[in-house]
Design a protein around this ligand. Structure first.
Ligand SMILES: [Zn+2]
Length: 490
């Protein structure tokens, strides 16, 4: 009886310790940090901008103030060099005649041919399976009609042509009018795409679009005849031609940083838990009316300041002699909005701590708001990915929530086949790719997503605090349990 009582006392003491530190994650702190991170002065924190560098300096100063270590040779900054493509210069000549950009053809991509590229040009109908058994597109420029109403994103025709190893994919719009509309839209996205490499003379040369009239011209035919050949599967009727194309890019170097604060564990310090959020956002509109600054208070100011608050709480525990057994890396990453680039740089090529000692990644991307589906809901959070690689992690996540926070866990977006594909859309994905168990915390898609109206005054700080505390308790449990969380056997 006495012994049992001792054990119970022990457990309770442990619980109250955890809660004591969890409660150091406060709405007041979150609000104070976010008011700075999402202020207009930081100009939307576009990767490489001065506003983003101000955010980086603020986060690093916070880590320093709370006694975290800079793990990158003593620094809090891990430099990440990125390259922005300029507006590509494109020439498209067929049968000796140059087509006019934006009138007859449009280009979308950040490829580079590294000089003049000459290719046989073949007509591939609608690029369907049946068409591709009639015509060999390998190593050639393949021209195919776009399926009606198909979007260019993840376009199946394009995918099939690439699969058959077409060197260049040229899609023909169904009407000249459609072409004009699409070309106008593509121009708005031309250039300015960031990547980790210069992508020169790249294998993927991007996508060319043609107006049907131009396609007729290329094959010395008419749009109607071409369509008929496609419909009749009579592709041999269309004589191949040749294409000479150049795409050239001038790349600008962008200097940016991941910002890392490290808290060393005690008896299991070689094992590391990585808690991430991206501190970049999409910057400013260059012209126009009204509010031009994309403050990104929710995306992902909310995650960034949650990481800062967790760092402070864990650091205090350590000062009091209650520090975590495993180490914790608090990492705010750059380039997420450009394609998860900062976390890719870390996980693919430059991990500061060995990936095989990296136990879990907890990623926080948008935790300060409600989506319309949860307008009147009790406190909730979308939990994504917890069961994908480690059943243990999933169970722990559920248990911790039941014990400490009792949020509603919404698993809607956990489905890898959900059309929003959220499992692939934030920084945790770069860890999941390496078979490191992850959890991604998310509040949903709301009307201010990627709008200048994603502002601090729309954040629900009490709800956000509960979510941040949940992540604190989850990290605490992972850091302090006897056995390391491991991925399921495959
Ligand atoms: Zn985000």
């Amino acid at each position: 009886m006495f012994l049992l009582l001792l054990v119970l006392t022990g457990v309770n003491a442990q619980d109250s310790t955890v809660k004591k530190y969890g409660q150091l994650v406060t709405a007041a702190d979150l609000k104070e940090y976010l008011t700075i991170i999402a202020s207009d002065a930081l100009e939307g924190r576009k990767t490489g901008s001065r506003g983003q560098k101000m955010a980086a300096a603020f986060i690093a100063a916070h880590f320093e103030e709370h006694g975290l270590q800079g793990p990158v040779n003593g620094s809090y900054f891990q430099p990440v060099t990125l390259y922005t493509s300029g507006i590509p210069e494109v020439a498209f000549t067929t049968g000796g005649a140059a087509l006019k950009e934006n009138d007859e053809f449009a280009y979308f991509g950040s490829g580079d041919t590294g000089g003049l590229l000459e290719l046989p040009l073949v007509f591939a109908g609608r690029g369907a399976e049946g068409d591709l058994s009639q015509v060999d597109v390998k190593g050639k420029a393949a021209v195919a009609f776009l399926e009606a109403d198909a979007s260019l994103r993840n376009n199946p025709t394009m995918a099939r042509l690439r699969e058959k190893e077409a060197r260049l994919v040229v899609l023909v719009m169904n009407s000249d009018e459609d072409f004009k509309t699409m070309a106008g839209q593509l121009r708005m996205f031309a250039g300015g795409r960031m990547s980790l490499t210069k992508g020169s003379a790249s294998a993927n040369l991007g996508l060319f679009l043609l107006s049907p009239t131009a396609a007729g011209k290329i094959f010395k035919s008419t749009p109607e005849k071409l369509k008929k050949s496609a419909d009749d599967k009579a592709l041999a009727k269309v004589k191949p031609s040749t294409l000479a194309v150049t795409v050239s890019q001038k790349h600008k170097e962008i200097k940016s940083d991941n910002v890392l604060g490290f808290l060393e564990g005690t008896d299991k310090k070689d094992e590391v838990i990585v808690i991430t959020a991206h501190y970049d956002h999409v910057g400013m509109r260059s012209s126009g009316e009204g509010d031009l600054i994309y403050n990104g208070a929710d995306d992902d100011g909310s995650g960034t300041v949650s990481v800062m608050a967790l760092a402070k709480a864990f650091a205090q525990a350590k000062k009091d002699g209650k520090g975590p057994r495993r180490s914790i890396l608090f990492m705010t990453v750059t380039g997420e909005e450009e394609g998860l680039l900062g976390s890719q740089y870390y996980a693919d090529t430059n991990p500061v701590f060995p990936l095989d000692k990296t136990v879990v990644n907890l990623n926080i991307d948008m935790v300060g708001r409600r989506d319309p589906q949860h307008k009147d809901s009790a406190p909730y959070v979308y939990v994504i990915g917890s069961d994908k690689l480690s059943t243990e992690l999933h169970t722990l996540s559920e248990d911790v929530n039941k014990k400490y926070t009792n949020l509603i866990f919404d698993y809607t977006y956990n489905d890898q086949n959900h059309p929003e594909r959220l499992y692939y859309r934030s920084d945790h994905w770069n860890f999941a790719k390496k078979n490191i168990p992850i959890i991604f915390y998310f509040d949903g898609i709301h009307e201010d997503y990627h709008q200048p109206s994603d502002e601090v005054d729309k954040i629900e700080f009490d709800l956000m605090t509960q979510r941040a505390q949940l992540i604190f308790y989850t990290a605490w449990e992972i850091a302090n349990r006897e056995k390391r969380i491991v991925p399921d056997a495959k």
